[in-house]
Design a protein around this ligand. Structure first.
Ligand SMILES: Nc1ncnc2c1ncn2[C@@H]1O[C@H](COP(=O)(O)OP(=O)(O)OP(=O)(O)O)[C@@H](O)[C@H]1O
Length: 225
């Protein structure tokens, strides 16, 4: 699905990553961990082609990201659902319209897919809040709305950046179970988190692998977690 071959990345100062090689196989579930500032968000951005590798090759759905046109990148990105760390919404639009936004942006008729939208909002437990404006939602509701927005285009891959960052344990378990359910449906998942308790809880439910960023590299963590 997503492959990195000898990838390095630098924002202009020192190298953040050096010589990373990794494959995200279809249907896999990975956690990406490491201390704050180590490069988890940057790594995800390389995977969804928000950033281009300084050297080496990122291959997304079989194609070299550096050779893709802007249209290719846009088309391939629709197959990747991203849950951003800060989950921004358009505050003047109700929740349902915010979740449906990727459909609208892709030129699809959101009203024709209203049944799917209703089902999706129900799945994340937000059917009572469809008309609420984003500022009226709690942290956990916003995170679940962000997850719904990330999956509305039926992506093959879901990349989530600290999806449980600002929620309590019960809500983080609920978000985790939604991600596990998506994985069971065949989606490839990568979750960046520094929450080791969440990783342990997930390992009891799903065959997740844990990648740790350290020494400018990404390594498979052992069973010590
Ligand atoms: N646009 C940017 N320009 C320059 N440096 C940046 C930029 N974005 C991030 N960085 C730096 O790159 C490093 C990695 O940042 P990144 O956000 O990827 O880390 P992270 O592991 O996701 O952190 P956190 O867990 O705190 O979200 C940090 O030192 C950060 O300051």
């Amino acid at each position: 699905m997503i492959e990195l071959h000898n990838v390095a990345y630098s924002y202009g100062g020192g190298e953040l990553f050096n010589d990373i090689s990794l494959k995200l196989a279809p249907g896999s579930f990975h956690f990406l961990t490491g201390p704050s500032g180590v490069g988890k968000s940057t790594f995800l951005k390389l995977c969804y082609m928000e950033l281009a590798a300084t050297s080496g090759q990122v291959r997304v759905f079989g194609a070299d990201a550096s050779q893709m046109t802007r249209d290719d990148i846009a088309r391939n990105r629709r197959r990747i659902g991203v849950v951003h760390q800060d989950c921004k919404f358009l505050d003047h639009l109700p929740l349902a319209a915010n979740v449906a936004l990727p459909l609208t942006v892709a030129g699809r008729d959101a009203s024709a897919e209203a049944a799917n939208l209703t089902e999706l909002l129900n799945w994340v437990g937000l059917s009572q809040h469809t008309d609420a404006l984003p500022p009226q939602l709690s942290g956990g509701e916003r995170q679940r709305a962000a997850l719904a927005r990330a999956v509305i285009m039926s992506p093959d891959v879901i990349l989530a950046d600290e999806p449980t960052g600002n929620v309590d344990w019960e809500m983080s378990q609920r978000l985790l179970s939604l991600l596990v359910e998506l994985n069971r449906m065949g989606k490839t998942i990568m979750v960046a988190t520094h929450d080791l308790a969440l990783i342990r809880a997930a390992k009891a439910q799903v065959g997740a692998r844990v990648l740790r960023i350290q020494n400018q590299s990404v390594q498979l963590a052992g069973a010590d977690l």
